[in-house]
Design a protein around this ligand. Structure first.
Ligand code: SAH
Length: 349
């Protein structure tokens, strides 16, 4: 095991302290910080530092410790999918999407996931460990480096449950928001949870205006418990109560994610049940025709059923959109690339 500290895991004042202890003046810490957050993760390339300091830094520290193991670029829309290898050989995946407003990176928060959603490509592969703050930061910096451009938006919707790695995720959000790091506005960040109620309430009180998405995927407890084990811990009533409390505290609109699975949760009756529960609340529903995953017996709802579902919600005055699919030719959806890679090389799980 590597005994070096990950420099990206350290807060600015911690780094300043560590460099001071090594005998460097404080402006050196600022220089190092500037290099790191401009995407330079190789100490030997930090050309305005004395040579012996560059050597010392690489003896003492690592910087994120991850490398791009594989990359797919969509020919259809330019979406990029990255398989990233961590220092311990584990792999995660991240996706970069290009919108008219700029680049948005979809990040993983854990190696694997323990939430076990029935339709998810990552569920059956199990949970390995949380990502560190340094690894979360390195995901963004590695992608930034690869494209040679700034990333303005972040969505924590890759592999893992962000609220199951709550403290690191909060530190990460605060870190990349800083002016002396990536200066990404909180309003351009989104965290997605499968519905861990106490953490939604804690998040409401963090005092950072980051967007919240909640994966609902069902109109009632019976269906939700069948597809999402987390629903056995908290009922939909409890979940929606927490969401409304979040809105009351933050005045922010929640996005509910709803993956449409044919004949499971996509009938007009299901739409009415859902609408009755959401009407009058400050929310937005994002409908996603479910992505089929090899070995999982679910089908995508047809365009007609998706439209019919949408119309019912609209009749109740609920804001609703259908998510555009990006990167369909490169398995950009939801953990599919990692799943396929691990299935081919099971030793890495
Ligand atoms: N654990 C978090 C974030 C990661 S998953 C969460 O549950 O919100 C990001 C989103 O993709 C979630 O809404 C999740 O339910 C959804 N998702 C997972 N597998 C999917 C699939 N096969 N098709 C469509 N959406 C899926």
């Amino acid at each position: 095991m590597d005994k070096k500290r990950d420099i990206l895991d350290m807060e600015p004042d911690e780094l300043a302290e560590a460099l001071k202890a090594l005998g460097y003046p404080s402006f050196r810490a600022k220089q190092v910080y500037k290099w790191l957050y401009s995407g330079c993760l190789d100490f030997s390339s930090m050309t305005n530092l004395p040579k012996d300091m560059r050597v010392k830094l690489s003896e003492e520290f690592t910087a994120g410790g991850l490398r791009i193991a594989n990359k797919h670029v969509s020919k259809v829309d330019g979406t990029r999918k990255y398989l990233l290898e961590l220092h311990d050989g584990n792999i995660i995946e991240s996706v970069l999407m290009k919108y008219h407003y700029g680049y948005s990176a979809c990040l993983s928060t854990q190696v694997g996931c323990r939430m076990g959603c029935a339709f998810c490509a990552s569920a059956s592969l199990g949970f390995v460990r949380n990502l560190t703050v340094g690894e979360l930061v390195a995901q963004v910096l590695s992608i930034m480096n690869d494209i040679g451009d700034r990333i303005g938006h972040l969505v924590l919707m890759g592999i893992g449950e962000p609220f199951d790695n709550y403290d690191n995720v909060m530190r990460f959000l605060r870190r990349v928001n800083r002016e002396d790091t990536l200066n990404i506005s909180y309003r351009k960040m989104t965290v997605s949870t499968c519905g861990i109620v106490p953490k939604i309430l804690e998040f409401a009180r963090e005092g950072i205006p980051v967007n919240l998405s909640v994966s609902l995927h069902a109109p009632d407890d019976e269906i939700r418990r069948r597809t999402m084990p987390v629903a056995r811990s908290w009922s939909m009533d409890e979940l929606l109560k927490a969401c409304n409390e979040y809105t009351r505290i933050t005045s922010r609109r929640i996005t509910y994610e709803y993956s449409l699975i044919e004949d499971v949760n996509d009938s007009p009756e299901h739409a009415r049940t859902l609408a009755e529960k959401l009407k009058g609340t400050l929310c937005h529903v994002n409908l996603i025709p479910v992505n089929t995953v090899e070995g999982i017996d679910f089908s995508k709802s047809s365009r007609e059923r998706t439209e019919a579902f949408k119309k019912v919600l609209e009749k109740y005055g609920i804001a609703v959109t259908v998510r555009r699919e990006l990167g369909s030719d490169i398995m950009a959806a939801c953990g599919q690339l990692r799943r396929n890679t691990l299935m081919m090389e099971p030793k890495k799980v």
